[in-house]
Write a protein that binds this ligand. Structure first.
Ligand SMILES: [Fe+2]
Length: 371
């Protein structure tokens, strides 16, 4: 018997060139007359923004979302959405997350502090159209946004979630990700790989998320090296966009695990790229979870062509292949941060979904293994 909820965006359109050939504009006009277009500066410098606006001149543009966005970045985007009736998000995970916050009717600080609950009905917020430019966070498929709260002395990274933050429409256009540099391709691709693995072994996994998560992991293993080597390959880029979207659909209700539980407090303190941290933390977390003799890792190992006991080594090899740093000590973290990181990890929703129960000493062991 199962008890679960499964939700996905209402429509996904996949097609190279859709951003600028009129398909994005047509989909946007189904959601509203005056959209706020949230994007990063690279969309402007590449010339793509001008091509999009040529087909969608009514859009109001909000440019320049930084990596690991803060609540203030969200509040600024919310103000920019004043007078708009829909939100178009085109960018990496940070842009998509800020755009989701811009669509909300109340103060982003109140949602973050738990004083307000995100409406479950999409009708209570601005409708969102999401186009990812990186194959990574899968944010286009989820009702979650991850933000850094910089109000206190120590930055705190946490999520806001709810039905109204789920995009109504998703467009996957591989031409938007061909300019993504190799290191960003690797980091974001590893985030998607970790999300697929964590969603598959999560306590929240269900019969709908299982095939999505497993296929995403296999497809990323097959196509991420190609996208890393040859960024111009539209086929590799499209396969990665589809795989990370599938991983996003899976994690949205299956939740994640200990890698993400640790990555958020470490990311808030170091500013290190989220996908880099996920890649670095994956091997010791797999070793910890394998200690509980979990059958699900066998399914992953079979598909990846690796012996079950060698899964962590398989993940470790990618760190070398993609030139990903192996040590937290190289990222500006201090050992004196460990106690606070452990405390934040243990209360995280991701950690609670980890298939093996996590104790304080387990988190410390993982941190030490990456030190
Ligand atoms: Fe992630």
């Amino acid at each position: 018997m199962h008890t679960f909820t499964f939700v996905t965006p209402g429509k996904v359109l996949c097609g190279a060139g859709a951003a600028s050939d009129g398909r994005l504009a047509a989909e946007a006009r189904l959601l509203g007359k005056k959209p706020l277009l949230v994007c990063g500066k690279s969309l402007e410098t590449s010339g793509m923004l001008a091509r999009i606006l040529a087909t969608l001149p009514e859009a109001q543009v909000h440019l320049g979302v930084p990596p690991e966005p803060s609540l203030t970045d969200c509040a600024v985007a919310q103000a920019a959405a004043h007078g708009c009736d829909s939100v178009i998000a085109i960018g990496g995970g940070s842009v998509l997350d800020v755009a989701k916050a811009a669509a909300l009717p109340g103060s982003v600080y109140d949602y973050f502090d738990g004083k307000l609950t995100v409406p479950e009905q999409a009708l209570d917020a601005l409708p969102i159209l999401a186009m990812p430019t990186t194959a990574g966070t899968g944010s286009e498929a989820t009702w979650v946004g991850v933000y850094t709260d910089k109000r206190g002395t120590t930055p705190k990274k946490a999520s806001i979630r709810g039905g109204a933050m789920l995009p109504r429409t998703v467009i996957l256009d591989a031409t938007l990700s061909v300019s993504c540099p190799p290191h960003v391709t690797a980091y974001s691709g590893m985030d998607a790989f970790v999300q697929a693995i964590e969603a598959f072994v999560s306590r929240g996994a269900n019969p709908f998320t299982d095939p999505l998560a497993l296929q995403a992991a296999f497809d990323i293993a097959e196509w991420l090296p190609a996208a890393f080597r040859d960024g111009e390959s539209l086929e590799a880029r499209e396969r990665m966009l589809i795989a990370s979207y599938c991983a996003g659909m899976a994690l949205n209700t299956a939740r994640l695990g200990l890698v993400h539980g640790i990555a958020h407090p470490v990311g808030a303190r170091t500013g290190a790229a989220h996908g880099l941290l996920c890649a670095l933390l994956l091997p010791p977390v797999i070793r910890f979870n394998l200690g509980a003799d979990l059958d699900r890792y066998s399914d992953i190992a079979i598909g990846l062509g690796a012996p079950r006991e060698d899964l962590a080594a398989f993940a470790e090899k990618w760190l070398d292949d993609f030139s990903i740093p192996r040590h937290l000590s190289d990222l500006g973290l201090q050992r004196s941060d460990f106690d606070a990181i452990i405390a934040e990890t243990l209360v995280s929703g991701s950690t609670k979904a980890n298939p093996r129960t996590v104790h304080e000493s387990d988190v410390r062991d993982v941190l030490e293994a990456c030190w």
